[in-house]
Design a protein around this ligand. Sequence first.
Ligand SMILES: Cc1cc2nc3c(=O)[nH]c(=O)nc-3n(C[C@H](O)[C@H](O)[C@H](O)COP(=O)(O)O)c2cc1C
Length: 190
Amino acid sequence: MKVLILSFSNNQVNEDSFIPNKIGLTFSCVEECEKALKSLGKEVEHICINRKNIKKCLACGKRGWGICLNEHICIQKDDFNEIYKYMENFDAYVFITPVYFHEMSESAKTFFDRLKRCDAFNENSKIKGKKIVCIACAGGSGSGTEETLKAFDTLNYFLGTEMYARIPVTKANFAKQKEVIDNAMQIKEN
Ligand SMILES: Cc1cc2nc3c(=O)[nH]c(=O)nc-3n(C[C@H](O)[C@H](O)[C@H](O)COP(=O)(O)O)c2cc1C
């Protein structure tokens, strides 16, 4: 089984960040997922979306729909189409985002805006029906993790995926939540 982790934090490439965790909580969760998946004999790949060139949706075309509606690709020439196509090769997905202002990060919103447009009405979608695990990484208070996970519920609805686990993580509960993350990596393909 092949699992793709998509992460949405800049922190590992910005070690001067004020956040007092060298690789950041998002990357710590990526590492935990990779470790757990490998120990279960699953293949895993990780793409940090922040390191890719993904522009905002232009809402181009008539009535707010571009070629994404019928051709299921985006008209913009950046890294999006390649990643969207690449997602077909995997049996399940893990999405890991920091919580910013009670929401998923900017790179997550930008990526999922375009994924929804290309895939939500794609009858030949290779993403629909596959399981997703969603992890929201917050600061001390943890406020906003539930709103972030609710946004993933909405994404799950429009993508027609199957929510396998939704996991709130903070720096304070990370040690405890590792067990929850490890259990969620037992994810099986449909
Ligand atoms: C712009 C910004 C907004 C944030 N908003 C929230 C928030 O609403 N709730 C919260 O608990 N933490 C918030 N945080 C803290 C981050 O969620 C936390 O530091 C998290 O660990 C960031 O992920 P990272 O370690 O992968 O960078 C915010 C941080 C930043 C930089």
